[in-house]
Design a protein around this ligand. Structure first.
Ligand code: NAD
Length: 476
């Protein structure tokens, strides 16, 4: 399969420069992609700019909503095709790829509804001295051209968390997907066109971060940059974006806290999933599990037992729970972090071995706060289990991080749950649920260096519009 960038509905012919997308499990070539030249990027941006002014900003809300709803229905019809595409390009086990497509269908439905709720407000103008006989109201208006830059780990769902609210708001979009996983995005653009999206409302540019991402972020015709990816790239984008609006959805080393009264029957299977789903390559993956010292041993034994029961193998097999990492370099990088921790006193309770792109589900103990597997975002199937003795201690350990995306707390004591949740420096806290759980309609985003802004369709849409004030002076 050969694919190219899509500008104004037309697919670009493969140029000389191409890149291959390979299946992380068996290294088979999945597609060859034609990299966009800077001239093509500029053409895409000009086309998006013109389409915004000529078409999308004038489109009625019900039409935008209808397109999104139709796209959701089309996606439902092609669930299997999209799930297989995600599995082939990202190596995600099929059961999780299906879940990603189902969530993506919902994102489109939420966006279809939100398109019809871009409400403003009427202002009490007479509250100000001199405001008598004045009438004021606000409208939410689209911004213009939105640049959406996406990561490899949820190549469909996280793309839609940007594309769907941008369409709902009446913006046009330049989409630059991760070069490792561009196929789902490519198919999504075609699907949205089939659903009736005007040509030029969503242009796809394929290329690397350096060659396409950089000039895209700097371009003066871009009004907003919405990025999901790593902290170092987030920093560069923040610097390059200048006065543009910016949303950054970055990394994390999410804590999960289990008190003595935690329901372990509920928590342990969820934490196995939350630590190892898609080989830990999830921004809110459970990375640090703090367990009260009185239940530490019993938790650890059962957690290890259930982890060792995971079925490891080909992600295309129905029964596979656990597959490869995105590439061998990443698996090697994660393995060196394990070795480094062991050299400084940590213990591997299970896992730790690497075979090509597969790094076995790994549970670590005896870890210290300055080890990379604790202090940095591990983004790999490595989780650490750490005992604690008091509320203050666990709050301070959990907050001892440059990140603050999402956390999980397990306890039956609701007062304690709220006490802890209030003190955690996070964008979101789940009580009796793992940090890895996310719904597509709640506000989602980080504090500290986990990011800026919020997604979750309604909240992303707010950030993709401008509030415009209208005032009228009446004659009394
Ligand atoms: P990455 O930062 O390497 O790449 C993300 C995207 O940025 C890619 O499309 C890449 O081509 C592009 N890019 C790279 N350099 C660029 C530049 N200079 N200018 C513009 N664009 C550039 O991330 P990844 O490896 O694909 O994904 C993993 C990271 O994403 C992890 O850190 C993870 O935590 C984060 N993530 C965060 C969330 C969230 O919602 N907070 C969700 C998923 C993933």
């Amino acid at each position: 399969m050969k694919i190219g960038s899509i500008i104004n509905g037309d697919e670009m012919k493969p140029s000389k420069e191409t890149m291959t997308v390979t299946n992380p499990y068996n290294n088979e070539v999945v597609a060859e992609i034609a990299l966009a030249a800077e001239e093509e990027l500029n053409r895409a941006i000009d086309n998006s700019y013109d389409t915004f002014h000529q078409t999308t900003k004038k489109m009625p809300a019900h039409e935008r909503g209808d397109i999104l709803l139709k796209a959701s229905n089309l996606l439902e019809e092609r669930l299997e095709e999209f799930a297989e595409t995600i599995t082939k390009e990202a190596g995600k086990p099929l059961q999780f790829s299906r879940g990603e497509v189902e969530r993506s269908m919902q994102v489109l439905r939420f966006a279809a509804e939100e398109a019809k709720h871009m409400e403003g407000e009427v202002l009490p103008m007479d509250a100000a001295i001199g405001g008598k006989n004045r009438f004021g109201f606000t409208k939410r208006v689209p911004l213009g051209v939105v640049a959406a830059i996406t990561p490899f780990n949820f190549p469909l769902n996280l793309t839609l968390h940007k594309v769907a609210p941008a369409i709902a708001a009446g913006n046009t979009i330049i989409l630059k997907p991760a070069e490792k996983t561009p196929l789902s995005a490519y198919k999504l653009v075609q699907l949205l066109h089939e659903a009736g999206l005007p040509k030029g409302a969503l242009n796809l540019v394929l290329g690397t971060g350096k060659e396409i991402g950089d000039p895209l972020v700097k371009h003066e015709r871009i009004h907003k940059v919405t990025f999901t990816g790593s902290l170092p790239v987030g920093r560069t984008i923040r610097k390059n974006a200048g006065f543009k609006k910016v949303t950054l959805e970055l990394g994390s080393n999410s804590p999960n806290i289990l008190f003595e009264d935690a329901d372990l029957n509920e928590a342990i299977p969820s934490l196995v999933k939350g630590s190892f789903a898609f080989s830990g390559q999830v921004c809110i993956s459970a990375q640090r599990i703090y367990v009260h010292q009185n239940i530490y041993e019993s938790f650890l034994n059962e957690f290890i037992r259930q982890t060792e029961a995971l079925t490891i193998g080909d992600p295309m097999n129905e029964e596979t729970d656990f597959g490869p990492m995105i590439n061998e370099d990443e698996a090697k990088r994660a393995k060196t972090w394990i070795d480094d921790a062991v050299n400084h006193g940590a213990t591997i309770k299970t896992g730790g071995e690497r075979n090509g792109t597969i790094l076995k589900p790994t549970i670590m103990t005896d870890v210290k706060s300055d080890m990379k597997i604790i202090a940095e975002e591990v983004f790999a199937p490595i989780v650490s289990v750490i005992p604690f003795s008091s509320e203050n201690q666990v709050v301070s350990k959990s907050n001892d991080s440059i990140y603050g995306l999402q956390a999980g707390i397990f306890t039956k004591d609701i007062d304690r749950a709220f006490r802890i949740a209030d003190q955690l420096e996070m964008g979101g806290v789940w009580i009796n649920e793992i940090s890895t759980y996310r719904q597509d309609n709640h506000p989602y985003g980080g504090v500290k260096q986990s990011g800026i802004g919020r997604e979750g369709v309604k909240y992303a849409l707010e950030d993709m519009t401008e509030m415009k004030f209208y005032g009228i002076k009446l004659n009394g």
